[in-house]
Design a protein around this ligand. Structure first.
Ligand SMILES: Cc1cc2nc3c(=O)[nH]c(=O)nc-3n(C[C@H](O)[C@H](O)[C@H](O)COP(=O)(O)OP(=O)(O)OC[C@H]3O[C@@H](n4cnc5c(N)ncnc54)[C@H](O)[C@@H]3O)c2cc1C
Length: 376
C-alpha cells in the first residue's frame, strides 16, 4: 500500500535524502512502473505535483481488455462494441473485434497505486543534475530515476523542444453532464483541418473534444461548436499537448515513459495503454536491477531497445495521420464505406491492438528477457 502524503501549506516540509527508485509522475506511466516494483524490497518514491488521480489528463478511453488484465474493472464507466465515424458525406459504423471503454480517472489511478508499494509525495519536479532531482520541496537522489511527467520531458537533457515546433498535437475537451450510447469520431475539416473531433460517453458524463495534429491550429472554438451541436454545454475543460512521435526512451541515465518518451500513438492519440505498456516494461527492467540480475546500464539499453523496436508501427501510424487530411472528403467517405467490412475491421483493429497488447500484463511472471521478446 502506498503511503499517501499530499502536503499543503506549512505541511509542505522539505524533502531530501536518497532512495532506490525515484518515479516522477503519478499518472498512467509512473504508476505502471511502480506496480512492477512491488515486493522488490526497494525504497521507491513517487512524486507528482497533484494528489494521485486529482487531475484527469485525458478522455479516459482504453481497450477494455487492458482494464481487465490489470484488475482495474472497478473504474470502468461504459463499454462500446462499435466505433461511429462521421465525415461530411457519410457515417460509418465499425463493429470492433474488441470493446473499448471509458473509465473514471481518479478510481483507476487509485486502484493502480494500490498495486504498488511506495512513498508518495506531492512536489513539483523542476529539473535534474546527475542522479539528483530538484523539486519545489528540495532535492532527492536515486540511482534509478524515471521521468513519467508527460510531454514536457522535464528531466531530459539539453533544450526541450516546445510547441508549436515540437511533434505534438493539441487536444481539448469539455465534460458536460449527459449520456450517449455511441463512441463517436468526426473527421471533418469544418472542425479541424488535420485531426478529429470526438464524443466519449462515460456514464453520466460526455467527453467531447477536438484534437489537431497541427499544433498551430487552435481547437477551443471547434470544441465549443461540436459540444453545441450535440446540445451539451461547454463546461469543465481539460486540454493538453499530445506527442505524436517517439523520442529516445533513455537519456543520461534516466528512463522516460509514456508521453515523456512520445509513447502516445500517432493518428488516434491513444496514449493510455501505451503508457501502461511501456511502464510495465520499464518497471520489469528496474526490478531486475534491484534484484542484482543486471546493471543499470544494461537495463537502460534493454528498455531503450524494447521501445525502439516499436518504431515501425509508430512511423506507419504517423504516415496515416499525415495522409488522411490530404484525402478529399468524398473519397474519404467512400473509403470508409469500404472499410466497414468486418474482415477489414478485424484485421486493422487486430493489428492496432497488437502494438501494445494486454497480454503483456500477464507475461509478468517470466524473466523480462523472455517476456519482452515474446511481446515485441
Ligand atoms: C484532451 C485529451 C484527451 C485524450 N484522450 C485520450 C483517451 O481517451 N485515450 C487515450 O489512450 N489517450 C488519450 N489522450 C492521451 C493521454 O492523455 C496521454 O497519452 C496519457 O495521459 C499519457 O500518460 P502519462 O502517464 O505519460 O502522462 P500524463 O497522464 O500526462 O501524466 C503526467 C503526470 O505528471 C505530473 N506532472 C507533470 N509535470 C510535473 C512536474 N513538473 N512536477 C510534478 N508532477 C508533474 C502530472 O500531474 C501528471 O500526473 C488524451 C489527451 C488529451 C490532451
Amino acid at each position: 500500500m502506498p503511503q499517501r502524503a499530499t502536503k499543503r501549506g506549512p505541511a509542505r516540509t522539505r524533502l531530501g535524502g536518497d532512495c532506490d527508485v525515484l518515479i516522477c509522475g503519478a499518472s498512467f506511466a509512473g504508476l505502471a512502473v511502480a506496480r512492477e516494483l512491488v515486493g522488490c524490497g526497494a525504497e521507491v518514491v513517487v512524486l507528482d505535483r497533484y494528489e494521485i488521480g486529482e487531475r484527469q489528463t485525458s478522455a479516459c478511453g482504453i481497450p477494455t481488455a487492458w482494464l481487465t488484465a490489470l484488475g482495474l474493472e472497478q473504474s470502468l464507466q461504459q463499454s462500446f462494441g462499435e466505433l461511429v465515424i462521421h465525415t461530411p458525406h457519410a457515417t460509418a459504423r465499425l463493429e470492433l473485434p474488441w470493446t473499448f471503454s471509458t473509465f473514471d480517472y481518479r478510481t483507476l489511478c487509485g486502484l493502480l497505486a494500490e498495486q504498488g508499494s511506495f512513498r508518495f509525495e506531492t512536489a513539483t519536479v523542476q529539473g535534474r543534475r546527475g542522479e539528483t532531482v530538484q523539486t519545489d520541496r528540495g532535492a532527492l537522489r536515486a540511482p534509478l530515476v524515471v521521468d513519467a511527467l508527460g510531454w514536457r520531458r522535464v528531466l531530459g537533457t539539453g533544450e526541450n523542444v516546445q510547441p508549436p515546433d515540437a511533434l505534438l498535437s493539441r487536444g481539448l475537451e469539455v465534460h458536460p453532464s449527459g449520456s450517449g450510447a455511441d463512441l463517436e469520431v468526426w473527421i471533418d475539416r469544418s472542425y479541424v483541418p488535420a485531426g478529429y473531433g470526438w464524443s466519449f460517453p462515460a456514464g453520466e458524463e460526455l467527453r467531447i473534444g477536438v484534437g489537431s495534429f497541427d499544433p498551430r491550429f487552435h481547437v477551443r472554438e471547434p470544441t465549443v461548436r461540436l459540444a453545441g451541436e450535440l446540445h451539451a454545454p461547454p463546461v469543465r475543460y481539460q486540454g493538453n499537448w499530445i506527442p505524436h512521435a517517439l523520442r529516445s526512451a533513455t537519456a543520461d541515465g534516466v528512463f522516460f515513459v509514456g508521453d515523456a518518451a512520445g509513447h502516445c500513438l500517432p493518428l488516434t492519440a491513444e496514449g493510455i495503454r501505451t503508457a501502461l505498456y511501456f511502464g510495465l516494461a520499464c518497471g520489469r527492467e528496474l526490478s531486475e536491477v534491484l534484484a542484482g540480475r543486471q546493471s543499470r546500464e544494461q537495463a537502460l539499453r534493454r528498455y531503450h531497445d524494447f521501445c525502439a523496436s516499436h518504431a515501425t508501427a509508430f512511423r506507419w501510424m504517423l504516415r496515416v495521420q499525415r495522409l488522411i487530411p490530404r484525402i478529399a472528403p468524398r473519397v474519404l467517405a467512400r473509403a470508409l464505406g469500404a472499410m466497414e467490412r468486418k474482415r477489414f475491421v478485424d484485421w486493422a483493429f487486430g493489428h492496432y491492438l497488437e502494438i501494445a497488447h494486454p497480454r503483456f500484463v500477464g507475461a509478468e511472471g517470466g524473466a523480462p528477457r523472455r517476456t519482452i521478446r515474446a511481446a515485441a
